[in-house]
Write a protein that binds this ligand. Sequence first.
Ligand SMILES: [Zn+2]
Length: 293
Amino acid sequence: MNDNNNTQDILQRFIFDGTDIRGEIVTLSSSYQALLALQDYPPQVARLFGEFLVAASLLGSSLKHRGMITVQARGNGPLSMIMTECTQGKNVRGIVRGDFDNLDGLSSLHDLLGSATLAITLEPEGKERYQGVVPLDEDNLSKCLEFYFYQSEQLPTRIQLAADATSASGMLIQQLPSSGDKEKSEEDWQLVSSLFETLSSDEQLQLSHNDQLYRLFHEQELRLFEAEPMLFSCSCSRQRTENALISLGREEVVNIAEEQGLVMITCQFCAQEYRFTKRNIDQLFDPPAPLLH
Ligand SMILES: [Zn+2]
């Protein structure tokens, strides 16, 4: 039964009362569809992209201050790059690059990306960025992310990701440093993780958040926090595009403008077009002196 949580785009945190375990559950539906509508990804690429979007959403929810988290894979397979981002304000965007023409029969992480690495980059606004890199050599993205948490934060973490043509969903549980009895903490973790492991992709894509959590943890005391909306939103702007043109240098930009009559920049994430006429370009590099009177 679907009580329609899955047609929304929401992230919810949860905790298990009396334990050191926290969790998150997220579903992306219209934001995922809006991103897919801009690209022409084959089904298996769309599914993997959905998993990456959900991964960025789950990791991004730990951002306490303004900033962004990026989950990026680079490989030598038919897909050369998958990149997804999530801001502290729960805006997601992303892109896949590669050769989509000859993917028949290829569907696994390794089939699509070949030998690859996964980089997780945290960029808190005004603070130093942090990047963790792990090999993308497990069977699926969930397992690679679990290894990332193990390596970077030394926190036991379980992750399950799922995506189909219309929605993408993910759940994460994490054992926080023990606040008391270490043995009990370990027992709690073993029990909750063994229940977590029984979650299927179909359940993730078809059941509401409440129903998924009830199915797995109805014998635990679980506290589910209010839903936080997720949104596909691009951070591109005319101002940022102007800055990019300025950093390219006057000569190069003027050459393009003269060859093509105008400079057109299309945002790779949202397909927004920014057009600059020769006159716009001149003004960009020679802004008029401010009006004194
Ligand atoms: Zn954009």
